[in-house]
Ligand binder design. Structure first.
Ligand code: HGY
Ligand code: MN
Ligand code: MN
Length: 425
């Protein structure tokens, strides 16, 4: 391990003038944001041409930083800053480069770029680490195109669910077909799994996506736990009809039934602190202005800081759906597409982050994450830790209003460097 536990961080970080890490992170994020699935906003979904261009750029930057770097069969960009001892264990620092639709530039990408600038710095000062340092840009965390999140990190963590390969996007293309179309091989996915005993830990730097660090007037915080979520896709089948001739009392309107579900979910999730419910997608397939919706499809994402609270809300929701079916004479199919547990960050990793934050002269602040993160895939496989970074505009995220200052990005990168330079097994 690091000789004598001395902190090289101060010496080595001094080489990089204050602010350089932050400015570089924001510049690289701007450059990545130029690739998008949309002309109008930043959208970078799984294995689109924009997504693959971003992967190629990340691989190039990783190589220029002194890492070996490859794009694996599911699109993860895996950079490796090798130890002097090739048989040394591995510390993984990762986050995702896919985005939601109409996204901000920093969700996921901050974590990749913070790790990248740290490796650039280590390489510049000729420092090698006593462990192999893997920087992984995960290919699919948001689950926008196929509905299920963590595709990239689940493969690396050895938790990939083969059923995901059958999921189809709006065009009817399956995950397996898409992976093959990019030269990947779904049968090679199990081989991506890292051996748990070879891992020293998993760390992720991520924007907070909330207002707490703003309110605390702190640039960074230590994540205590990451909220799990249950995601459903709901199909409502009613009877389509002429908007002008079918009396209101004779309708089985699928969209009106969906509206009842949306409002019930909102009402029920307002009943408890730490419980949230979101309908993020709501469509009337092939709808028309003068046709009563015969079909309506919606997504539902339920989360809580406590699994009992979450499951009670889900039970109430299912009971209400039964009532809506009877009241409105519609069929309602509910498919669970993902269920992830609430995951605690390891006390060891929290301690390493806290020590580095104190050394930086900052008050350590601990907070849970309401957002999901790739880190949850590594729970139970290795120690996980997350560093949150303050974001502006009230903490808004999953929006082009997402913002991050160069100063805060710089602080985060320096803390990450300090943790790495002082990392003890
Ligand atoms: O949905 C989430 O919490 C994360 O942004 N993927
Ligand atoms: Mn996100
Ligand atoms: Mn994210």
């Amino acid at each position: 391990m690091v000789s004598g536990g001395q902190t090289h961080a101060k010496a080595s970080a001094a080489v990089a003038a204050p602010g350089t890490f932050g400015a570089r992170i924001l510049d690289l994020a701007d450059r990545l944001a130029k690739w998008s699935d949309s002309q109008d906003n930043l959208t970078c979904t799984y294995l689109t041409s924009a997504h693959r261009a971003v992967a190629g750029q990340l691989r190039e930057w990783m190589r220029e930083a002194g890492m070996t770097a490859e794009i694996d069969t599911v699109g993860n960009v895996v950079g490796r800053f090798a130890a002097l001892d090739p048989g040394a264990k591995i510390l993984i620092i990762g986050s995702h480069y896919d985005t939601v639709r109409n996204a901000g530039k920093y969700d996921g990408r901050l974590g990749i770029l913070a790790a990248l600038v740290v490796v650039e710095h280590l390489n510049a000062i000729g420092r090698r680490l006593p462990f192999n340092f893997e920087v992984i840009a995960f290919s699919e965390e948001e689950g926008v195109r196929f509905g299920t999140a963590y595709l990239g990190s689940s493969a690396v963590a050895g938790r990939f669910d083969r059923q995901v390969l059958e999921r189809r996007d709006a065009s009817g293309l399956s995950v397996a077909e898409l992976i093959r179309s990019t030269g990947g091989n779904p049968d090679a996915i199990p081989a991506l799994a890292r051996q748990a005993q070879k891992l020293l830990g998993y760390l992720e730097v991520h924007i907070e996506q909330g207002p707490v660090l703003l309110q605390e007037k702190l640039p960074v915080g230590i994540v205590t736990a990451v909220a799990g979520s249950v995601r459903y896709l709901i199909s409502i089948i009613g009877v389509s009809g002429h908007a002008g001739t079918v009396p209101m009392t004779a309708r089985n309107d699928a969209a009106a039934a969906a509206a009842e579900i949306v409002l019930f979910a909102e009402r029920r999730c307002r009943q408890a602190q730490g419980l949230v419910g979101t309908v993020g997608q709501l469509t009337v397939p092939n709808g028309a202005i003068n046709v009563i919706p015969g079909r309506c499809e919606l997504s539902l994402d339920i989360r809580a800081d406590d699994v009992t609270k979450r499951d009670a809300a889900i039970a109430d929701l299912f009971a209400e759906i039964e009532q809506i079916k009877k009241r409105r004479g519609v069929a309602i199919e509910v498919a669970e597409v993902q269920r992830t547990p609430t995951v605690a960050c390891s006390p060891r990793m929290q301690g390493l982050l806290a020590d580095a934050i104190v050394r930086a002269g900052i008050r350590p602040h601990y907070l849970p994450s309401g957002a999901g993160h790739d880190a949850v895939m590594f729970d139970g496989i290795t120690d996980i830790g997350m560093l949150f970074v303050r974001c502006g505009n009230g903490g808004i995220s999953h929006s082009p209003l997402e913002s991050l200052t160069a100063d805060d990005a710089d602080v985060a990168a320096r803390i990450l460097l300090d943790v790495i330079m002082n990392f003890q097994e």
